[in-house]
Design a binder for this molecule. Structure first.
Ligand SMILES: [Zn+2]
Length: 260
């Protein structure tokens, strides 16, 4: 039975993440990446990962990050102390840095240059960490696509996923020229901006994801992302699956290889 990889989830949101991983396994999801957004969520993901490996459960991979929407007093210092501890003590394997990036669309940020600068400072630290530990980075870029791209390029980090990319096509062109990837959630069903981006990018640069539990999606809905993408690209689901699984492995490494 073919299996699939969900490259973007927030499992900390569930009271019973193990149950979600069992249901995902039953739905032929081989791997999920769980991304933290603040200190508590990163800690929770580590706890989930450290629980005794259950039989018939989707493999869980950890990404460490402080989301631009979760910046708060003291959070940055606490997060980066924790990230460094996990990365150096290798408490659990870390597959990526994220979710991080910039979001200028929040109303408390839109007209506040100091808040934007604060986001950039924190994103910069994530990029430096990814570079230091040679890890891929997962970037949230809403409303700040151009700045995210400029910062990524300047950082020298080469393995990059612009998650749920629905920004301008000229920025997308540069994302692709630089060898970075974008990822596609089930929102492809209704979002014209997402559709435009996925049309413009070649399949060998696209990952599939759910951003679970956004909009009530769970990791099994990554199959929906795949079906919509295959349809959009006029390519069979089998071939599309092989390509997106290969892309995930290329970006996140052999631990995230699916079962095929
Ligand atoms: Zn997310």
């Amino acid at each position: 039975m073919p299996t699939i990889i969900d490259t973007h989830t927030h499992l900390y949101e569930y009271s019973d993440a193990s149950e979600v991983l069992r249901q995902s396994f039953a739905a032929n999801v081989s791997d999920v990446i769980a991304l933290g957004v603040d200190l508590a969520s990163n800690r929770k993901h580590l706890e989930i990962a450290q629980m005794a490996p259950q039989d018939k459960q989707t493999r869980l991979h950890i990404a460490l990050g402080l989301h631009p929407g979760n910046i708060a007093e003291g959070e940055e210092a606490a997060c980066f102390t924790f990230f460094r501890e996990v990365l150096t003590q290798k408490t659990v394997p870390v597959i990526a840095i994220g979710e991080t990036g910039l979001d200028y669309s929040y109303k408390w940020v839109r007209d506040d240059e100091a808040k934007k600068r604060e986001q950039r400072d924190i994103f910069e630290k994530h990029l430096a960490l990814a570079k230091e530990f040679n890890l891929p980075i997962v970037v949230h870029s809403r409303g700040a696509w151009r700045d995210c791209l400029s910062m990524v390029k300047a950082s020298g980090v080469s393995k990059v996923d612009f998650h749920w990319y629905c920004g301008p096509l000229d920025v997308l062109g540069e994302i692709l020229d630089n060898g970075y990837m974008i990822s596609c959630p089930p929102a492809l069903e209704y979002s014209p901006e997402l559709r435009r981006a996925m049309e413009a990018a070649p399949l060998d640069r696209i990952l599939v994801e759910t951003d679970t539990p956004v909009r009530g999606w769970s990791p099994k809905d990554v199959w929906k992302s795949l079906r919509l993408l295959a349809n959009l690209k006029n390519t069979s689901e089998e071939e599309t699956l092989q390509i997106v699984n290969r892309n995930a492995q290329a970006l996140f490494g052999d631990d995230c290889r699916g079962d095929s």
